[in-house]
Design a protein around this ligand. Structure first.
Ligand code: AMP
Length: 355
C-alpha cells in the first residue's frame, strides 16, 4: 500500500478506538494479551472456525472473532475490518498462509514496513542486506560438488525447516536431494543457537540510539526442533543415518534462554547495523524482528536468517523476559507492539509505523 493511500485510510480512522487484529495462531494469544493490557479492543481472525482452546485462556482470548473460510478470504472483508478501525499485526503464519503477494496488497493498515518482505523472502537479497550490514553469514556452497564440510540443504519457502537435511559429502547430497525444488546449500555452523528478539522504534529515542529512533532487545529463545534436538536419545546421528533414519528440523516449540552478558555488545551492534542498512535499502524495518544465530566456540556470531516480524520464540515471555524486565515489568513483545501503536496514535505518528 502506498503512503498516500495509508494516510487517506488513517484520516477516517477513530484513533481513540483502534482494534488490534491478527489471525488466531502462532503468537496471537500473546498479541491479544498485550493489546488488552494496553487498553485496545482485540479481534481474532479465525480460519474456518473459532478454536475452542481460546475459551481456556480468557486473558489471551480476543474480544471478538471474525470467521473467514480461508486466509485468502481476508482480502474480501477489508471494508468491514476498516470500519472497526483495525490495525493488523502480522506474524509468521499470517504472512506464510496469506501468501506474500496477497499480504503486500492487503488493504488494511498493518504494523511494520511490508516492503521488508521483498528482502527477507529472497535468499539472495537477504544475504545482500545482512552481509551489507557487516554480519557474518554461513558460507554458501554454490556447487554441490564442492561440498567438503558439513552442510545444511534448505528448500526455498520450506515451512518450519521441513525437508532440510545435513550432508557431509557430495554423495550424501545426491542421495537426499529433491532436484525439482529450488534449494540453497549452507555451511552447517557448529555452535549454539540463539534467536534474538529485537524491537526497533523509528519514533522513540529512549533505548539504544540509532541514526533515527532506537533499538531494544526484548528476549531470546532457542527453538526446539524435531527430530534433531532429541535424536541422540536413540543413537548418534551417524549411526542412525546408516539405517536410513535422518534427523529433521521441524519446529515444535521454543525454549527460553539468556546469553553470557559479554556478548550483549555484539548483539546490539548486529541489530543496529541491520536496522541502519534497512533504512538505506528500503526505508527501514519497523518493530519486532529476529536474528537467528549460531555462536561458535570462538564466540563469533553467524547469522543464518532474519525474521522481520514477531516470532513465536517470544511466546515464553508473555509476562516479560530477563531483558524486557529491565525495560519495563510485565512486557511481552505483543505488549510492546501495542505500546508503540498507542504512542504513535497519541502523537499523530501512526503513518511512521504502519504500512
Ligand atoms: P531456518 O529455516 O533457516 O530457520 O533453519 C531451520 C533450522 O535449521 C534452524 O532453526 C537451525 O536449527 C538449523 N540451521 C539453519 N541454518 C543452519 C546453519 N547454517 N548451521 C547450522 N544449523 C542451521
Amino acid at each position: 500500500m502506498t503512503k498516500i493511500k495509508l494516510n487517506d485510510m488513517l484520516t477516517f480512522y477513530d484513533k481513540e478506538n483502534l482494534t488490534i487484529a491478527t489471525v488466531c495462531s502462532h503468537s496471537s494469544l500473546q498479541i491479544f494479551n498485550g493489546a488488552k493490557k494496553e487498553g485496545f479492543k482485540t479481534l481474532g481472525i479465525a480460519i474456518g472456525e473459532k478454536k475452542r482452546y481460546y475459551d481456556a485462556f480468557p486473558l489471551g482470548k480476543p474480544d471478538e472473532f471474525f470467521i473467514v473460510e480461508n486466509y485468502k478470504d481476508i482480502l474480501k472483508y477489508t471494508k468491514e475490518l476498516k470500519e472497526k478501525n483495525t490495525i493488523i499485526i502480522p506474524h509468521g503464519s499470517f504472512v506464510e498462509y496469506l501468501g506474500a503477494n496477497n499480504f503486500l496488497k492487503l488493504d488494511i493498515p498493518t504494523f511494520g514496513n511490508r516492503e521488508v518482505l521483498l528482502w527477507e523472502s529472497d535468499r539472495g537479497k537477504e544475504r545482500e542486506w545482512l552481509e551489507g550490514a557487516g554480519l557474518t553469514m554461513p558460507e554458501e556452497i554454490k556447487n554441490p560438488k564442492d561440498i567438503d564440510i558439513p552442510v545444511i540443504v534448505k528448500y526455498h519457502g520450506a515451512k518450519g525447516g521441513k525437508g532440510f537435511f545435513i550432508a557431509k559429502t557430495y554423495e550424501e547430497f545426491l542421495k537426499r536431494i529433491k532436484k525439482d525444488k529450488p534449494y540453497t546449500i549452507q555451511e552447517f555452523v557448529m555452535g549454539t543457537r540463539y534467536y534474538l528478539h529485537y524491537f526497533y522504534s523509528p519514533i522513540q529515542e529512549n533505548a539504544y540510539k540509532l541514526s533515527k529512533g532506537s533499538l531494544q532487545l526484548l528476549s531470546m529463545d532457542r527453538r526446539d526442533e524435531t527430530t534433531i534436538d532429541e535424536v541422540q536419545r536413540l543413537g548418534s546421528i551417524a549411526e542412525l543415518e546408516e539405517i536410513g533414519i535422518h534427523p529433521t528440523f521441524v519446529v515444535t516449540g521454543n525454549i527460553p534462554i539468556v546469553m553470557r552478558e559479554s556478548l550483549l555488545s555484539k548483539v546490539f551492534e548486529m541489530g543496529a547495523s541491520v536496522v541502519e542498512k534497512s533504512l538505506d535499502l528500503f526505508g527501514g524495518i519497523i518493530g519486532s524482528f529476529c536474528l537467528e544465530t549460531v555462536v561458535t566456540e570462538d564466540l563469533e556470531f553467524k547469522v543464518f536468517e532474519i525474521s522481520a516480524r514477531i516470532v513465536a520464540g517470544t511466546n515464553p515471555y508473555i509476562f516479560g523476559s530477563p531483558y524486557s524486565e529491565l525495560i519495563q515489568p510485565d512486557m511481552s513483545t505483543g505488549r510492546r507492539i501495542a505500546q508503540e501503536i498507542k504512542y504513535a496514535a497519541k502523537k499523530g505518528l501512526l503513518n511512521k509505523i504502519l504500512s
